[in-house]
Ligand binder design. Sequence first.
Ligand code: FES
Length: 168
Amino acid sequence: MSLKVDEVLGHVSEVLTESEKKRGVLIHAFQQIQVEHNYLPAEELVKLSKNLDIPLSVVYSTATFYKQFYFTPRGRKIVRVCTGTACHVRGASKVMVKLEDEFKIKEGETTEDLAMTLETVGCIGCCGLAPVATVNEDIIGEIDNKSLQGIIENIKEDDTVKAGTDDE
Ligand code: FES
């Protein structure tokens, strides 16, 4: 089945330029693909290009323009350590080093088993709780050695549970 941009947009397409139409439809499609796969697999982008009749080069240039889209698999847990000023002063770099050492990855990388992706983030507005990190949607504040160990174990346990489930 082939979907064309004007068919997808309906009446809205009458007031948009060609470029606005393509970008709008593509961004929506990227979001859906990323929800499903956690990133944008190349084969999905090729399919999208064919279905919408948009050149693959336009599909890629649109996707790469936005920081929110990823082109490699992401971890089941996305850990973001805040490196804003308050968190920096209160030990964010120690948190990063511990996570990097524990999972043998660097900032921006994902563990081989896809258990975790480690990133940094600017101030997330909880400076009073510094140092702060997020694990998926959860915010964890006042991180100390004990809570950091809890974060690490939680990520590892989750992976163990998943591995156990896969064996059944
Ligand atoms: S600096 Fe980390 S939450 Fe503000």
